[in-house]
Write a new protein. Structure first.
Length: 233
């Protein structure tokens, strides 16, 4: 029963089970990774917009205070202008008032510009937050899906992998290496001969070879057409 053909056939069955289990996971692990990456990106965007809005709010409150200071100073200077003793003093005060007015106009300009910018940022932030929420929802769905599928699979995968490892130890090394090499072309590396044909590619197997296979159970036979390992019926 422990003939080479039986061992290879069993190995092929184990690999078929493992392939199926892994295929069911599909690209789900990759999808989870991509969803995580997207959440990170949306998080960065939302945080950046929030920070920019915070900076704008600081500017607004600073400029509000400064405008009040300017107004107080202007009132004070206007008062002083009544009490000047000469033209030189009057001109100096006038010059100071003008420079305060320039500063105030500059602040008004900045406030207008920043008002538009703030509006844009608020809509970007809102959009980013909505997208972030959606991305988080998508991620948790994918994670849930992956957990559900892996949960049922993990025990089975562990068991089959263990079986495979112990079988690999008793198959002669060069033959196992050949099996692994064939598996890079054909997932079903070892196939049964059915009705005198290779069940991998359905080509006829010469009767001579079938007789040999029966008599030499310690040798490995390959299909001449597809290169798969042939196992007796
Ligand atoms: Zn074949």
């Amino acid at each position: 029963m422990n003939s080479l053909a039986t061992m290879l056939s069993t190995m092929s069955e184990i690999d078929a089970i493992l392939d199926d289990l892994k295929e069911e996971l599909g690209d789900l692990p990759q999808q989870v990774k991509e969803a995580e990456e997207f959440v990170r990106l949306k998080n960065v965007q939302a945080e950046q917009a929030e920070k920019d809005i915070h900076d704008i709010e600081e500017f607004k409150s600073r400029s509000h205070i400064r405008l009040q200071e300017i107004k107080d100073k202007e009132d004070q200077l206007a008062q002083q202008q009544f009490n000047v003793r000469n033209n030189k003093e009057f001109d100096a005060i006038t010059h100071e008032i003008e420079s305060l007015r320039d500063e105030r106009n500059k602040i008004y300009d900045d406030q207008r510009t920043i008002g538009v910018k703030e509006e844009n940022l608020r809509s970007i932030m809102e959009q980013s937050k909505a997208e972030l929420e959606e991305a988080q929802q998508h991620l948790s769905e994918k994670e849930q899906e992956l957990t559900t599928i892996s949960h049922g699979h993990n025990d089975e995968i562990t068991e089959q992998t263990k079986k495979r490892a112990s079988l690999a130890k008793v198959i002669p090394t060069p033959i196992f290496a050949e099996y692994e090499r064939i598996r890079t072309f054909h997932k079903d590396a070892a196939v049964k001969v059915k009705k005198n044909s290779c069940s991998g590619c359905f080509s006829a197997v010469p009767p001579q070879k079938i007789v040999e296979m029966r008599n030499k159970s310690d040798l490995m036979f390959l299909c001449e057409h597809c290169g798969r390992i042939l196992v007796g019926e």
